[in-house]
Design a protein around this ligand. Structure first.
Ligand SMILES: Cc1cc2nc3c(=O)[nH]c(=O)nc-3n(C[C@H](O)[C@H](O)[C@H](O)COP(=O)(O)OP(=O)(O)OC[C@H]3O[C@@H](n4cnc5c(N)ncnc54)[C@H](O)[C@@H]3O)c2cc1C
Ligand SMILES: *[C@@H]1O[C@H](CO)[C@@H](O)[C@H](O)[C@H]1NC(C)=O
Length: 495
């Protein structure tokens, strides 16, 4: 292969995984590397936007688990993109297992009072305990329910009947609406429509890193800008969607893969690294690959979940929450029966919004909330006009605060499901998934045992990381992994 000159490598997608792959290949001495990107920008699901006088994250927001083992943290530190607190050893040492200890303000749909934070802790503790138990079935096997949602509902009913039997009905019903609320929040975390779609045996595949989640004060895109500035200019071609990857060519060509673009251009390559999101693969796999993907790979693409999680930023002139408040929970009085989803999406889609996180520090942002909404209700929200969303949010906030004149200054929401190059938010361990599905995702084509030229089509992107899927660090590591695979392939074949 090296006989015919330097290998031609095409990377599809200029998100963090594609950029990471290019960076490592270029640093490894590969000279014929290019990225084809469908849109006019780099960064993909890392996307910093303007909101009034502020910047907000339309996509990724936190470095999950910022500590030495997290390459996103190490790069951000190297590029000096973090606040001093985030760099402190205390921050790095904090092991929160994915659940940041946010200070809550709790409002209820009756709008008559702010609920005491202490009143929600028994339910919160039970919920966190049940999530922990859910994550243990990965190693144990023999899970009692197919999904996390079914497991939690059944256990909550049982445990509430035992542990809360002497508690008055009103308190019990409050605790049940807390559980219901946390279930919606967990849908956002997983990017799932319902926790009934998250596999109980698969939930524990995801691994967390130590460190208290931190943000980029200057925007997550600062990471992209720094990485891009180190790549040779002209390496990325923008506005160049790939429509088909022709691989396993039976003609003995010099380059076994041909990448066909939307505009008809055909680019020959030795290796193609596909980094398109799982949502895009689910929708377009049948036209994106010629010959089609092997069945085991296709089945894993179908089994793994890729749902929707969106943000709704809302700015106010003055806060209706406490100064130390970090998260606002909205509890619905009618949800004490642990209903899973709203029945009439068009009328009550906003009931799926679990609440808001507060953008901090206040000196930087002023009074901005970020609402979180997952699932089909979130996908429906994307189809509404900005005015309709503003109206619905205003009604919601007035109802929960009991203040009939509260009016947001401005609103901005994400629309990840209708983004044609993403088709959702991120990967989640669906019902019936196992670690094998993620192995299948990252498997190169042609698969082992074939006589054809190896490593024609390779796969990176968050959906291909064996245990950090759905994150920026997972995506970054997957790009480095595929670059390393090529580097080691060529260093072996030279020997
Ligand atoms: C709302 C939201 C919040 C998130 N919050 C966090 C967070 O707080 N922390 C965290 O770690 N992670 C978070 N994530 C996840 C994180 O953003 C992703 O895991 C990561 O950015 C994915 O990188 P990637 O390179 O795998 O994919 P992407 O960034 O999606 O890159 C893929 C690229 O491929 C391009 N593409 C698609 N189809 C084609 C085609 N046919 N031809 C050419 N190009 C194509 C796309 O335009 C895109 O640029 C969040 C994601 C969302 C949506
Ligand atoms: C790839 O090509 C080889 C040799 O032509 C053929 O035997 C094999 O079936 C092809 N694989 C696929 C998936 O088309």
């Amino acid at each position: 292969m090296t006989m015919s000159g330097t290998p031609k490598i095409v990377i599809i997608g200029c998100g963090i995984s594609g950029i990471a792959a290019a960076q490592r290949l270029v640093n490894g001495g590969f000279t014929d590397v290019r990225i084809l990107e469908a849109t006019a920008r780099s960064g993909g699901r890392i996307k910093t936007g303007r909101f009034g006088n502020n910047i907000v994250e339309i996509g990724a927001n936190w470095i999950h688990g910022p500590s030495e083992e997290n390459p996103v943290f190490c790069l951000a530190r190297q590029y000096k993109l973090l606040d001093p607190e985030a760099l402190s050893p205390e921050n790095q040492g904090m092991d929160i297992g994915g659940h940041p200890p946010w200070v809550p303000n709790v409002f209820s749909s009756s709008g008559d009072q702010l609920i005491n934070a202490e009143d929600i802790y028994p339910a919160q503790d039970m919920f966190v305990e049940l999530l922990y138990e859910s994550s243990q079935y990965q190693s144990q096997g023999g899970e009692p329910w197919p999904s996390v949602g079914e497991f939690i509902r059944s256990e909550v009913r049982q445990r509430a009947a035992e542990q809360w039997k002497d508690i008055d009905a009103a308190t019990r019903s409050l605790r049940m609406s807390v559980i219901s609320n946390l279930m919606k929040a967990e849908c956002c975390v997983n990017g799932a429509h319902s926790m009934d779609e998250v596999g109980l045996g698969a939930y524990g595949i995801y691994k967390t890193l130590p460190g208290l989640d931190c943000t980029f004060p200057g925007g997550y895109e600062g990471l992209i800008k720094n990485l891009m500035s180190e790549l040779p200019s002209g390496l990325v071609t923008y506005n160049r969607p790939v429509s088909c990857v022709h691989w396993n060519s039976s003609e003995q060509r010099e380059n076994p893969v041909v990448v066909e673009c939307d505009d008809g251009e055909k680019i020959a390559a030795d290796h193609v690294i596909v980094t398109v999101p799982l949502g895009y693969l689910k929708k377009h796999h049948s036209t994106l690959f010629r010959p089609p993907l092997p069945l085991h790979k296709l089945h894993s693409i179908q089994r793994l979940g890729f749902g929707t999680n969106n943000k709704i930023f809302v700015e106010f002139d003055s806060p209706f929450w406490d100064a130390d408040c970090e998260v606002i929970y909205l509890l619905w009085d009618d949800e004490d029966a642990l209903v899973q989803q709203v029945t009439d999406v068009q009328r009550s889609w906003l009931q799926k919004l679990f609440g808001f996180t507060v953008l901090k520090p206040t000196e930087r942002y002023g009074h901005i909330l970020c609402g979180w909404i997952a699932g089909h209700e979130s996908e429906y929200m994307e189809t509404l006009s900005e005015q309709e969303v503003t109206h619905a949010i205003t009604q919601l906030i007035r109802r929960f605060t009991g203040n009939p004149i509260l009016t947001p200054k401005r609103i901005l929401r994400s629309q990840w499901f209708h983004d044609p190059w993403t088709c959702g938010s991120y990967t989640c361990p669906g019902k019936g998934c196992s670690a094998q599905d993620l192995e299948n995702m990252m498997e190169s084509l042609p698969t082992k045992g074939s006589q054809s030229q190896p490593l024609q089509v390779m796969f990176a992107g968050e959906a291909t990381h064996p245990f950090y899927f759905s994150t920026v660090h997972g995506a970054l590591l997957s790009g480095w992994r595929e670059a390393d695979r090529l580097i080691s392939h060529y260093s072996k074949s030279k020997l």
